[in-house]
Design a protein around this ligand. Sequence first.
Ligand code: FO1
Length: 313
Amino acid sequence: MAGVLALAGGVGGAKLVWGLAQILTPDNLTVVVNTGDDDEFHGLHVSPDLDTVMYTLAGMANPETGWGLVGETFQALAALQKLGAPTWFNLGDRDLATHIRRTELLRKGSTLSHVTEQLCQHLGVRCRVAPMTDARVRTTVTTDQGVMPFQEYFVKHRCEPQVKDLVFKGADWALPSPGFDKALREADAIVFCPSNPFVSIGPIMALQGVRQRIELFKGPRITISPIIGGEAVKGPAAKMFRELGEEPSSLAVARRMSGLCTHFVLDNVDAALVPQVVKLGMQVEATNTFMTTPEDKIRLAMFVCGLAGVSLK
Ligand code: FO1
């Protein structure tokens, strides 16, 4: 049984993934993660969304930020700063170990899929976690302040520049990773976690053949809207909608997912939008999608698995 294929970006997606991992057996959950945000810092390959998902599943994530490790220190970064290195991207001491290990294995010829599998195994993550692709795909943001790599836009400029366009460099030729490919063939249901539709789900959909394969997928395909009451729970999704010419709402998310999804889950506060989303051809459900406590995450995961018709642990 292949169960659920969950597609996720960083913090928001990781919360639902954690809930799914509590209620599904490990062989019934494959998590495929955006790698368009990946970048190199201090010569090290950093995969922020993969690490957010991995640390969350391992119970090691920093609960305040959602990314990085709990109880982290930043002595290496302070030392790098003293040596004149740019340190706007906050890499913690223990987090650096992940990037050193990943970079070493990649340099020895491993794929990002294999490295991710190894890291997850050592951290005790039991479900399958795979990068969206083993090829190099990089999200670049065209803004009123110029074109910049995603992390420069997100962290260095705190998402302040006005977004004019997003390009997923390399995506046209990038094939889905072996784990993604297998899950697309074998999963019973696909879940689009509540991640940024532009920069988390967008790069995954831009990979060669993926959109078409999801459109043709036979089982339930369920999106959980990352927009609640016109605002993103975290991150720049709402701002991006505005800057790219649309009012942020669950309806705007649903329009982007129309044709890809069979089911759309929005928050109770957006229940008035249900009839308009139904017109887009999806089964629509309203529930509490705001996740803070472990119970919230498990409850939403159970709701989603109920729609997906997958059996629980
Ligand atoms: N996000 C920030 O807002 N500031 C940071 O300094 C930062 C450092 C960082 C280090 C490692 C890592 O895995 C993630 C990190 N993130 C940081 C999060 C990351 O930039 C974003 O969450 C994602 O790329 C967007 O999903």
